[in-house]
Write a protein that binds this ligand. Structure first.
Ligand SMILES: [Zn+2]
Length: 313
């Protein structure tokens, strides 16, 4: 195709040959111009928008300045620092609680088995280590965040382990004969060791302690365990024996009546018998014995009496 037109005052005749190639060229040029124009308008528009309505423009364009990025990061870092210092404080408080618990457990543990207190945690990985929360050396925000997260996870694991350990120690202590064997623990009339036998008037070893009490006073299991014997004996009269943890057993003698059967499980404080004066007894009392691996020990060593000077810490 050929276009012919006359232009200007000189009436020059112009001719252009329109071929497929020319059309393609024109389309190409138009497209390029459009693209450049589009891109130009986009950036110019954004630039103008940033100046006119910066927040909207940034939100729409996903644009952020370096200063803003720094300020956002500083905000997150401040919050991360605060989280870390709270975790450190939490760790310190937990260690204080642990130390307080240790002092309670120490008071509640009979002297002969104090060394077993730590073992009594059900073999959960030896002595308990203090909980630690380590602060990071400053690194990138993402690294510090990851580090804090993994430390918080470790802290959580330690707390769970601590809870399990305390639970086992508590269960263990409950199985020891460290409670009172009688309601209203009054009237201790005879101590463990050598004494003049009230019947023979000669020196004899007294294998337990005696609590003088009115007939019918409740005799209580001094720790959780299993009743190993309910019997009658010329010396002990009517008696109950309980097996506890760690080789401990307790014996309650001269009862007038019993309320448990052999093989029965009992808990600390449970009424197992009533004070009487059966067997070799001159007046109503409870004769209370504790044995460990078959040998009697002074029950005062196991009873949770403490005369130590209280720690102020
Ligand atoms: Zn006695």
């Amino acid at each position: 195709m050929q276009l012919i037109w006359i232009s200007g005052s000189t009436d020059r005749v112009r001719k252009i040959n329109i071929t497929a190639k020319t059309i393609a060229k024109i389309i190409g040029i138009v497209c390029a111009v459009m693209i450049f124009l589009g891109v130009g308008i986009h950036f110019l528009g954004l630039r103008i928008a940033i100046e006119a309505k910066p927040d909207l423009a940034r939100a729409m364009g996903g644009v952020i300045t370096v200063a803003q990025l720094d300020s956002i990061e500083a905000g997150y870092r401040q919050r991360l620092d605060s989280l870390q210092s709270q975790l450190v404080t939490l760790t310190e408080k937990l260690n204080e609680l642990k130390s307080l618990k240790d002092r309670f457990a120490d008071i509640a543990t009979p002297a002969p088995v104090k060394s077993k207190l730590q073992e009594s945690s059900g073999g959960k990985g030896g002595p308990f280590q203090p909980i630690q929360f380590k602060l990071t050396k400053p690194g990138s925000l993402a690294d510090e965040l990851d580090y804090t997260l993994s430390n918080a996870q470790l802290l959580n694991d330690s707390i769970q382990k601590m809870g399990a350990t305390w639970q086992s120690q508590y269960a263990w202590l409950n199985q020891l004969p460290i409670g009172s064997p009688i309601e209203d623990r009054l009237g201790l009339t005879s101590n463990y060791g050598p004494r003049i036998d009230p019947f023979t008037q000669t020196m004899a070893h007294h294998a337990g302690i005696d609590f003088s009490a009115p007939v019918g006073t409740a005799i209580l299991a001094s720790g959780n365990g299993k009743v190993s014997k309910v019997g009658r004996d010329p010396a002990y009269g009517i008696y109950v024996e309980i097996e506890h943890a760690d080789g401990f057993s307790s014996k309650y003698a001269h009862a007038r009546a019993t309320f448990v059967k052999e093989g029965q499980s009992v808990v600390r404080g449970q009424k197992i018998a009533e004070v009487g004066s059966t067997g070799r007894s001159t007046s109503p009392h409870l004769h209370y014995e504790i044995a460990r691996h078959g040998n009697t020990i002074n029950p005062m060593q196991a009873l949770v009496y403490t005369n130590r000077i209280a720690s102020s810490k």
